[in-house]
Ligand binder design. Structure first.
Ligand SMILES: C[S@@+](CC[C@H](N)C(=O)[O-])C[C@H]1O[C@@H](n2cnc3c(N)ncnc32)[C@H](O)[C@@H]1O
Length: 192
């Protein structure tokens, strides 16, 4: 495909990471299901309206096969709470990535000091949360748990956890998030 390599940020929100991601030299595409944050992202430097797409991560991604070299998700996978939806998303991310393409996720873990008291572990072992402050129902993942759901489509290259104090709702919490980089698996007969 002509032009610079492309980067898709899933659940880009108001584009907190947009300027930095746009500075990578990759052609930046942001996707979010909410209209309002996309308007804020649109005002960020280096992002044209044609590169911001309103669509849900829970549906088929509105991009052609082999479009992106890198797909990222910064604290947005938490909104995909069902295993089958996440497996579907993994298949879609794999489909839109070029051979050898990477998927980077930064996500809340069940050890996160803010979410820990809000976790309700269900009979399937999923760590579900309800935050009355934001009225959001989410799911927090361990790296291995996300890995198991992405495994058929991806190989884990590296992962890291981050722990830092953070003020939220007027109190200090020891936050614990993780990042992981997965590589799209090659299909039979395709170069790795
Ligand atoms: C915590 S915010 C993170 C925003 C941004 N990635 C950042 O780091 O600043 C989560 C974002 O995911 C978006 N989101 C939630 N569910 C989604 C879905 N099903 N499809 C696409 N975006 C979704 C929300 O609208 C929100 O902008």
């Amino acid at each position: 495909m002509a032009g610079p390599p492309r980067l898709l940020d899933l659940g880009c929100g108001g584009g907190r990471n947009t300027t930095v991601l746009a500075e990578t030299g990759l052609a930046f595409f942001g996707m979010d299901f909410a209209h309002r944050p996309l308007l804020a992202a649109r005002a960020r430097p280096g992002v044209g309206p044609s590169r911001l797409v309103q669509a849900s991560m829970k549906a088929l991604l509105p991009f052609r096969d082999d479009t992106f070299s890198l797909v990222t998700a910064f604290t947005s996978l938490e909104n995909v709470t069902e295993d089958e939806r996440l497996e579907g998303l993994a298949r879609e991310v794999r489909r839109v990535l070029c051979p050898g393409g990477l998927f980077f996720a930064y996500f809340l873990t069940p050890d996160d000091g803010y979410y820990l008291p809000l976790i309700n572990r269900d009979s399937m072992g999923r760590n579900l949360t309800y935050d009355p402050v934001t009225d959001l129902r989410q799911r927090v993942y361990r790296v291995e748990e996300l890995g198991a759901l992405f495994e058929p489509s991806f190989s884990l290259l590296e992962s890291e956890t981050f722990s830092f104090p953070d003020v939220r709702s007027g109190a200090v919490h020891q936050r614990r998030l993780a990042s992981a980089i997965w590589q799209r698996r090659a299909e039979a007969g395709e170069p790795a």
